[in-house]
Design a protein around this ligand. Structure first.
Ligand SMILES: C[S@@+](CC[C@H](N)C(=O)[O-])C[C@H]1O[C@@H](n2cnc3c(N)ncnc32)[C@H](O)[C@@H]1O
Length: 430
């Protein structure tokens, strides 16, 4: 079986999924000619009944999403700033393909000002399937780095009289850090982020969204200031010396007198707070609450919609294949079992937190059946109130570029059809 590396998947994907970046890929010829595929890759495709030409691309397309509040007249300005034509995707509102896929977007004014962000059209399709409505409370399991969360939030806040919310949960603190930056940059209101192993996540939707009274804001500011002062007094800086953490506390016996404050290798002073080094990522932590509103915990309110964009082997992503040249690397049977067992836990958690009548979208960047149709079927077999439903409306003039999955109402976006690879399914809770 082919695919993928497993260590550092998270970090590598961070680069890829931080979709705005200058990730234009040149070595697509590996995939352009099926005759050049490594033997193991062909075996992988056959084993998973993935058509041989599915990955066949001349270049990896790149897309941007323009914030919906942007006037249409701004389009020309954006094209000028990016120095490329933008081709609108008729099936996906606010999405544009960059005519020149090598365009750098992160140095443009419109990117810096938070008017556009890079996001693959297949990721957009997952949110199209989720179909969030103004005022919804949405849970995003495996949310980081968060472009789907941003897109969802834009839609639920289209009508400003509705106080919907987005709750994101992810296990990776570094990826959640990027997510937090994204939420701040795009001024996403009513958002909560949690660091947690989502298989155990049980925080329900917020049930009360009141504007924060002014005196509470003042109280919060003061208590934050006080905490910071206390922290500064308590914490002695630590620095790295010869790969060892040295405490700069005079009372500390471990502190020898050569307390060089610079890393011998880089020459840079390094601090690390004791507190953060002890923090367990597996403890549930609130990372971020956008503080425009109180977002109280509730014991009774379930989410209107849930997206589970599950951790996976990433084999459907051409970017991933090419950037990391992992075509032909083995995903061991043990690793596959570990992944699918996690995916089942994640989808079940999402389903448990969904209200009756609500919908859940399950997606992966993999074409391996065990991670997709099998997981969905497992959920259906174990929950009599779960029902697979069509994810997309079919009356569009421009067809959505998916191929059918292996069970009815599942969808595969193959790179040959002009997007990154993705599996999408939509489940209703009856
Ligand atoms: C495909 S990425 C998610 C991309 C994200 N939905 C977006 O649109 O930007 C998968 C994510 O799953 C997270 N993850 C892996 N294991 C997890 C777990 N047990 N609980 C929560 N998140 C997990 C990874 O840190 C990674 O951010």
């Amino acid at each position: 079986m082919v695919m993928m590396e497993n260590e550092n998947t998270t970090n590598q994907e961070n680069i890829i999924n931080d979709e705005e970046d200058e990730q234009s890929i040149d070595n697509t010829e590996i995939l352009f000619n099926q005759n050049n595929y490594p033997k193991e890759f062909i075996e992988f495709l056959k084993e998973n009944q993935v058509p041989l030409d599915s990955y066949q691309v001349k270049e990896v397309p790149r897309f941007i999403r323009i914030k919906p509040s942007t006037p249409l007249s701004y389009l020309e300005k954006i094209e000028k700033q990016l120095n490329t034509k933008l081709i609108a995707l008729n099936w996906l509102p606010n999405f544009y393909q960059l005519k020149d896929s090598k365009t750098k977007i992160s140095s443009s004014e419109c990117y810096k000002k938070g008017i556009i962000y890079g996001m693959d059209a297949s990721s957009g399709a997952a949110i199209l399937a989720l179909d969030p409505q103004p005022g919804d409370h949405v849970l995003d399991i495996c949310c980081a780095p968060g472009t789907k969360l941003c897109m969802t939030s834009d839609i639920i806040h289209q009508n400003s009289t509705n106080y919907g919310s987005v709750t994101g949960v992810d296990i990776s603190s570094s990826r959640l850090g990027s997510c937090k930056t994204l939420l701040k940059k795009y001024q996403i209101p009513n958002a909560r982020l949690f660091i947690s192993d989502a298989s155990n996540f049980d925080i329900k939707a917020p049930n009360h969204l009141d504007p924060i009274p002014q005196d509470k804001i003042q109280q919060r500011k003061e208590s934050k200031k006080l905490k910071l002062q206390q922290k500064q007094q308590q914490q002695q800086p630590e620095y790295i010396e010869n790969n060892k953490i040295v405490n700069n506390n005079n009372n500390n016996n471990n502190n020898n007198n050569n307390n060089t404050k610079e890393d011998k290798v880089t020459g840079k002073r390094k601090y690390s707070s004791k507190k953060s080094s002890k923090r367990s990522l597996f403890d549930l932590k609130e990372l971020y609450f956008s503080n425009q509103f109180w977002m109280r915990y509730s014991n009774s309110q379930y989410y209107d919609r849930v997206i589970v964009d599950a951790e996976c082997s990433l084999d459907a992503s051409v970017r991933h294949l090419l950037l990391h040249s992992k075509i032909g690397v083995h995903l061991t049977p043990e690793k596959l079992i570990e992944l699918t067992s996690l995916q089942k836990k994640l989808i079940q958690t999402g389903f448990n937190l969904l209200k009756s009548g609500g919908v859940l979208v399950y997606s992966t960047c993999s074409f391996i059946k065990e991670q997709n149709e099998f997981v969905v079927q497992w959920l259906l077999d174990n929950n009599s109130n779960a029902k697979l439903i069509p994810a997309f409306k079919e009356n569009l003039d421009t067809p959505i570029p998916y191929s059918p999955g292996f069970i009815e109402n599942t969808y595969r976006f193959y790179p040959k059809n002009g997007t990154s690879g993705l599996f999408i399914s939509k489940i209703q809770k009856e």
